[in-house]
Design a protein around this ligand. Structure first.
Ligand code: HEM
Length: 231
């Protein structure tokens, strides 16, 4: 595809993502391929996995789906809902990110120089594996951490409130580059899905496992469910 784009490139008609790289004289395609790799591995797998977890949590909690629908029916009459208009839906997305814990061990980081941190000596070149899971399931920050409870992000006035320990995207200088995109995608997908469909457990089968399979990401085991159209 890169070769085809180079051969048919017309600077007065830049057609797509690949053409932009050709325009910047990126003829080898290495940078382009790495960038596309980032979009697929870091960008697609993570968000898709979060949606599979969200549907699994919906099977356990029909009342959560119902409250999302109620909130949307109040707002969308006047204008298309944004996260700030739909605090409960925003809380659901946030609780999905916390409970699904998609990248529990973040990404390994290298230590560039001998470092002392809270009484520990960490030598240069050591590899640090951050444990995001221990923060996302810290009972002091999130009481009953194993429970899927979006209300933990809603205050007495019904507003969405964040929690500083909510770090599914890690933190610091190398925090996930795609956080705002991922949050926006999850908000749009999940609200549209719940508005049009009802997610129900498969008849005569136990509810799917919440245990998860740990690979590069933590994904749910394959499961069956019923999806009914709402109209
Ligand atoms: C639910 C969705 C997502 C989760 C939970 C997630 C989580 C993470 C985590 C934990 C890291 C490691 C941060 C660190 O090194 O400390 C990371 C890095 C990264 N993520 Fe995401 N991510 C998600 C979606 C996305 C999307 C949609 C994109 C882009 C389209 C993306 C692009 C990246 C990139 C480029 C990095 C490397 C950043 C760097 O090293 O400077 N991620 N992500």
């Amino acid at each position: 595809m890169i070769k085809e784009h180079i051969d048919s490139y017309d600077e007065t008609n830049v057609r797509d993502f690949i053409d932009v790289f050709v325009q910047e004289d990126e003829k080898t395609g290495i940078q382009l391929m790495k960038t596309i790799g980032d979009l697929f591995s870091a960008g697609t797998e993570t968000t898709a996995t979060a949606i599979r977890w969200a549907v699994l949590f919906f099977l356990y909690h029909p009342e959560v789906q119902e409250r999302m629908r109620e909130e949307m029916s109040d707002v969308i009459v006047s204008k298309y809902g944004k996260p700030e208009d739909l605090p409960y839906c925003e809380a659901v997305v946030t609780e999905v990110l916390r409970c699904s814990n998609i990248v529990p061990l973040s990404v390994p980081h290298g230590v560039v120089c001998d470092t002392y941190f809270r009484g520990y000596f960490i030598p240069k070149d050591a590899i640090i594996v951050p444990n995001l899971d221990s923060v996302l399931h810290d009972p002091d920050m999130f009481p009953d951490p194993e429970e899927f409870r979006p209300d933990r992000f809603i205050n007495d006035q019904g507003e969405f409130v964040n929690n500083e320990a909510l770090i599914p995207f890690s933190s610091g200088r190398r925090i996930c580059l795609g956080e705002s995109l991922a949050r926006m995608e999850l908000f749009l997908f999940l609200t549209c899905m719940v508005q049009r469909f009802q997610f129900l457990p498969e008849v005569n089968l136990p509810l799917p496992s919440r245990k998860g399979i740990l690979g590069i990401t933590r994904s749910p085991e394959p499961y069956l469910c019923r999806i009914l159209s709402i109209q």
